[in-house]
Design a protein around this ligand. Structure first.
Ligand code: ADP
Length: 401
């Protein structure tokens, strides 16, 4: 079966077409600047074909998806004879609230439930839905599946997801911790079990997903029992431009002192904080790591605060899990930053973590590996995430059911 995976953001559409008989990528790419001047669509045949970039007027998500279909079926680099070959479309949907604990076939009822969750993810769920509706209009017969970022964390117990606010906020408005990056945490946990040669049901894992956003997850016997992001993706770790955990009283104080509106404060916390806020250099860790530790005091400080928060979460999740078998690093920073990994794992010998400094320095470039010494009691693994593959697999499983 051929499965198209779509990740529709507010102004972008990421896509990957899989041949699920061989689990290979047939084509992939990205539509950028949807609804803006200068929109482009890039296309790569196969997993590592040469990227071709096309300029095109892409006024909305439907036109963007139509262009993707055109590239998949026409021209020299086409990979499908016709769209009839397409078995199903799988969508990344950011927020499923507490209604979805696994991926589901999309029906009117599911679309309504995704709509109900717009209040929780106003920037993400609307474009996610636009993608679903666009495919419906272009290919009404093709089955579609929703894979939620929040679903994996629905196994969290109440003590991990209830905020210490008046209970009415939970009962009436479903204000609670949901967690995100679930597809990635789930994927790397299952790969870790394979690498360790043990069933997931016997493992205590801590997975650290660090991209532009970041989250840590405590996984007991394959189930998420706690995670650092909360009601929104702002809670938890220090991120590229997001502050993560902080004293909530500061929000009131800063708004009052600087006479900020709600949207200005929202902007400050989400777009101008994190490593960018501290360093005033960049939100991209590569810029701070250049010449590390000689770049600047503030670059070092940003890296230290960033890493310290990760260490704190790892420590607290070891307590939550009553131990840990392996710590797994993934996504842009997790896979590629030996500096962050080494700062976090510095002085963790009490835990039985012995990092192999040479292996840690290796640029893994898409490979999976163990970066500890053979006598390390707790293993530290680097595992590239592959959310698209999980979405394609879930899509196939839902269709088969
Ligand atoms: P997204 O969250 O958008 O999916 P990614 O998982 O691709 O993001 O991660 C993007 C981030 O990864 C960038 O902001 C950058 O800071 C970081 N990154 C990528 N390569 C490196 C590297 N070699 N060293 C440090 N950080 C890196």
């Amino acid at each position: 079966m051929k499965v198209l995976v779509l990740n529709c953001g507010s102004s972008s559409i990421k896509y990957q077409l899989f041949d699920m008989t061989t689990t290979t990528v047939m084509a992939k790419g990205l539509v950028q600047r949807v609804g803006m001047a200068g929109s482009t669509i890039d296309y790569r045949k196969g997993d590592d074909g040469k990227k071709k970039v096309y300029e095109s007027d892409i006024l909305d998500h439907k036109i963007g998806i139509q262009k993707i279909f055109e590239l998949l079926t026409t021209g020299e680099e086409a990979v499908l004879k016709s769209l009839e070959e397409l078995g199903a479309v799988g969508h990344r949907i950011v927020h499923g609230g507490d209604k979805f604990s696994s991926s589901v076939l999309i029906t009117e009822e599911v679309k309504n439930a995704i709509r109900d969750c717009i209040v929780f993810a106003p920037l993400h769920n609307p474009p996610n839905l636009k993608g679903v509706e666009a495919v419906e209009e272009i290919l009404p017969k093709v089955k579609q599946v929703a894979v939620f970022d929040t679903a994996f964390h629905q196994t969290m117990p109440a003590e991990a997801y209830i905020y210490a606010l008046p209970y009415m906020f939970y009962e009436k408005h479903r204000i609670r911790r949901y967690g995100f990056h679930g597809t990635s945490h789930r994927y790397v946990a299952s790969r870790a079990a394979k690498l360790l040669g043990k069933p997931l049901s016997e493992l205590k894992l801590i997975t650290v997903h660090l991209g532009n956003g970041g989250s840590v997850c405590a996984i007991n016997k394959g189930k998420s029992v706690d995670t650092s992001m909360g009601h929104t993706p702002l809670e938890g770790l220090v991120m590229g431009t997001r502050c993560g955990d902080m004293d909530p009283a500061l929000i009131l104080h800063i708004m009052k002192e600087y006479e900020l509106t709600i949207s200005e404060m929202d902007n400050l916390l989400n777009k101008h904080s994190g490593v960018l806020g501290i360093s005033q250099i960049s939100s991209d860790l590569r810029d701070l790591e250049e010449d590390w530790p000689k770049k600047s005091e503030r670059a070092n400080l940003a890296l230290d605060v960033y890493s310290h928060r990760i260490k704190k979460y790892i420590g607290s999740y070891i307590a939550v899990l009553n131990g840990v078998d392996a710590i797994v690093w993934t996504a842009g920073v997790g896979e590629n930053s030996p500096i962050v990994r080494s700062i976090v794992h510095r002085e963790m010998d009490w835990l039985g973590v012995k990092l192999d400094l040479e292996k840690n320095e290796v640029t893994w470039r898409g490979a999976e590996g163990d970066i500890t010494t053979p006598d390390s009691k707790v293993k530290v693994l680097v595992i590239p995430t592959n959310e698209e593959l999980v979405i394609a697999q879930d899509t196939m499983d839902c269709i088969k059911k």
